[in-house]
Design a protein around this ligand. Structure first.
Ligand code: URA
Length: 209
């Protein structure tokens, strides 16, 4: 079973309250969603491997630590996942970015990929899949399937708000994928929104309805 972790640092909780508030406009929503993503990635990357490196300070030679150069990539699930990418890149500027877009056929309810563009070496990278809302888990599971089909095998799912139903669905379908959320909310509503949630993340990020 994949781990589910709520990253409830006080700064994350404070910023999440700002974007939950319906009076927060597009500009601030966009800025603060990225700030939360940045803080989350700071916490999630605590286990990045380090190498020793010899350098010289003005005082003399010393052996210190530097990142071992693990290959990372951030993969936003279109469209709302785009609202977390800049925050991740703020801390990991060299990460590659893969994009994945899916829709569900309204008649057959079959999932279809309409856009997948990944770095060529995703089988060698640690992937951070980002999507603000983990609601039913349907699109996260589809995205993980699509990435596994292309050879990816080291993935973490990073969301702002999760519903218990979505967490369960991903844990059941992909027990090898750890999930990180800024908050675990109460429930899914009948029409698939997270309560209390923050509304439609894509619409709030991009100013659409
Ligand atoms: N997607 C959203 O944008 N919001 C929700 O509450 C659920 C899914």
């Amino acid at each position: 079973m994949g781990k589910f972790t709520v990253l409830n640092h006080p700064l994350i909780q404070h910023k999440l309250t700002i974007i939950r508030d319906k009076s927060t406009g597009t500009k601030v929503f966009r800025e603060v969603a990225n700030e939360i993503a940045e803080l989350m990635v700071y916490e999630i990357t605590r286990d990045l491997p380090l190498d020793d490196v010899e350098i010289e300070t003005p005082m003399g030679k010393t052996v210190q630590k530097q990142l071992a150069g693990k290959k990372l990539a951030v993969v936003p699930i279109l469209r709302a996942g785009l609202g977390m990418v800049d925050g991740v890149l703020e801390l990991i500027p060299a990460a590659k970015v893969g994009h994945i877009g899916m829709y569900r056929d309204e008649k057959t309810l079959e999932p279809h990929e309409y856009f997948v563009k990944m770095p060529p070496d995703i089988d060698q990278r640690d992937l951070f899949i980002v999507d603000p809302m983990l609601a039913t888990g349907g699109s996260a599971n589809m995205a993980i399937d699509a990435l596994k089909k292309r050879g990816a095998h080291n993935m973490r799912l990073v969301v702002l708000v999760a519903a218990p139903e979505g967490v369960r669905a991903v844990q059941e379908a992909h027990p090898d994928v750890d999930i990180y959320a800024a908050a675990l909310d109460e429930k899914l509503t009948d029409n698939g929104y997270i309560f209390p949630g923050l509304g439609d993340a894509g619409d709030r990020l991009f100013g659409t309805k």
